[in-house]
Design a binder for this molecule. Sequence first.
Ligand SMILES: O=P(O)(O)O[C@@H]1[C@@H](O)[C@H](OP(=O)(O)O)[C@@H](OP(=O)(O)O)[C@@H](O)[C@H]1OP(=O)(O)O
Ligand SMILES: Nc1ncnc2c1ncn2[C@@H]1O[C@H](COP(=O)(O)OP(=O)(O)O)[C@@H](O)[C@H]1O
Ligand SMILES: [Mg+2]
Length: 323
Amino acid sequence: MASRRVGFCLSVKKRRRINLSAFAHLCAGRGIEVVEIDLSRTMDSQGPFDIIVHKLSDVIVEAEHDSQSQQLLDNFQTYVSTHPRTVLLDPLPAMRQLLDRFASYRIISKLQNTLQGKSICCPPYLEINTTDMSAIQEAVDRKQLTYPLICKTRVAHGSRSHEMSLIFSRAGLRDARPPCVLQSFVNHGAVLHKVFVVGEQHFTVARPSLKNFPTGPYDRKTIFFNSHEVSKPESCSHLTALDETMPRVPAPNEDLMVAMVKELRAALGMALFGVDVITNIDTHTLTIIDINIFPGYEGVPQFFSSLLSHIEYVLDMSHDPKH
Ligand SMILES: O=P(O)(O)O[C@@H]1[C@@H](O)[C@H](OP(=O)(O)O)[C@@H](OP(=O)(O)O)[C@@H](O)[C@H]1OP(=O)(O)O
Ligand SMILES: Nc1ncnc2c1ncn2[C@@H]1O[C@H](COP(=O)(O)OP(=O)(O)O)[C@@H](O)[C@H]1O
Ligand SMILES: [Mg+2]
């Protein structure tokens, strides 16, 4: 009989993607039982759980307008609050803030101040809530945002959240669809670094990314794109094809990455997250552009062993009377 039970609460898609049955097999060898939580049944009938690993992004976003999802979320929250000894990976309020780019970029901007002098930054950006063009133009000028601007939806989860645009001039600002973020585009040599965090450990994987653009403003039509067409491992787009004469950008400094991950872990209070970083080709500043909840860890063969170690560590800590 397994002595410890880990509940996984994931969408069907996520469960398949991470191959939960293979992870359950690994856990069984360490006396840990993996249970797939079915949110449509009572949590009490499926427990007890020593720890719950979840990605409830779909449910949280749907709960905004769907009472059935709200009910599922309420049941989950009630279980968690009435079982304080069950560890939650990760806390709901912590992950909820990452579903909102306004909140994420505030966190990243604060981090930029904490790590001052460490050459880490967040691109200058604006939160756009209005359709009033002159107000938007004035805000862009006041904040001295440089063109091109990348326009991202406020909601950071779901298929529509990856629909973005590149705006090259004041006239192009009419293509912004509020609520959204307007962020200065940073030339980075078309390489994205995905930093995948599991507790104390992190793993970095390089991915394709948007190519460099001349600094604007200039007369060019807005480019609409889906971020998954440019930054997935298999992405192959004309938007990522670099001019071959471009000098290569150095890989990010590992000490800087360690400092960034440490600060972010503390600021977020989370263990399973991903950070998208790029290196500014002119200043070599490490630039954070995105934080993801429980990402895919694609290209990280150590993911399972690392997750298992983290779960064991958390369980040991929670049973330690000193904590
Ligand atoms: O949006 P990104 O930066 O491409 O990262 C995605 C993202 O985190 C996505 O989650 P969601 O937006 O659907 O919540 C993850 O999907 P899964 O939950 O199905 O794994 C992707 O795995 C992330 O991609 P990546 O692993 O490339 O960071
Ligand atoms: N400020 C920026 N400068 C340059 N490229 C960017 C910037 N922000 C995003 N990108 C590009 O757009 C892609 C998607 O942006 P991101 O903020 O990670 O959104 P998503 O949530 O869809 O992953 C990145 O992978 C990168 O290629
Ligand atoms: Mg991203």
